[in-house]
Design a binder for this molecule. Structure first.
Ligand code: URA
Ligand code: SF4
Length: 226
């Protein structure tokens, strides 16, 4: 597979232009038998950027990330954590719905490393335009895409981490001075927080406990915003 890179217009300067270009991506085979590319959504100046795995069945139909069952959990948790929807930019590591067809149903299939790698240029291009204070990594696939294979969400969740030097960091994530409340001098770099994927709440034996953990992690994010 060629990967997404060749579908990204050089010098692209807006999320809207990126989204339009992503609509015709054929960087891997996942565009086949799907409805559309599901690109990230939210304000370019959103202080919090959340990265999930890939669109689900409903996201594929509607073209918007996190509007299905996992999205419902996430939006409730965001609210309970004291974050506002307008503070968020939501996106995914992989932008097409990988699935198998079983009768009338389309069943989620976890993307493979080849899909993560093929789709990663879109994430890189998004991050080149976004200036978040905190990047929230939702689950293992997003962690793989952004932090590499050795990062363990279960071990490192819920704490603000510096963006690691070893991360496959696409752009300079340092916030520009204009975004730092007029302070002079060095600005804090973007930080990172990993947590579970909201769909893990739906699969957990103890859903309430899993949900409380997600909210607790997102409360740390809310408390970290300038
Ligand atoms: N799960 C994800 O990771 N992303 C979505 O957009 C929806 C469900
Ligand atoms: Fe392109 Fe990503 Fe879709 Fe593959 S999953 S076709 S790389 S947008």
């Amino acid at each position: 597979a060629p990967g997404a890179q060749e579908f990204i217009p050089p010098g692209v300067r807006s999320l809207t232009a990126l989204r339009e270009a992503a609509a015709s991506c054929r960087g891997c085979e996942l565009y086949v038998d799907t409805t559309q590319t599901v690109f990230g959504r939210g304000a370019v100046r959103a202080p919090v950027v959340m990265i999930g795995e890939q669109p689900g069945d409903i996201e594929d139909r509607e073209g918007v990330p996190f509007v299905g069952p996992a999205g419902k959990v996430l939006r409730r948790a965001v609210d309970d954590a004291g974050l506002e929807p307008r503070q968020l930019y939501l996106s995914n590591a992989v932008k097409h719905f990988r699935h198998t067809v079983r009768g009338k149903r389309r069943l989620h299939q976890t993307p493979d490393q080849v899909h993560i790698v093929a789709c990663r240029p879109w994430l890189v291009a998004e991050f080149a335009l976004l200036r978040p204070q905190v990047i929230v990594v939702l689950g293992a696939i997003a962690a793989k895409a952004l932090l590499g294979p050795s990062f363990r969400v279960t071990r490192e969740r819920g704490v603000l981490l510096p963006w690691p030097e070893s991360a496959q960091r696409p752009a300079d994530f340092t916030r520009p001075p204009a975004a730092a409340n007029g302070r002079v001098g060095p600005v804090e770099p973007t930080r990172l927080l990993a947590t579970i994927h909201p769909s893990a709440v739906l699969r957990a034996d103890d859903r309430e406990d899993a949900y409380a953990g997600l909210v607790a992690d997102l409360t740390v994010v809310a408390g970290a915003l300038a």
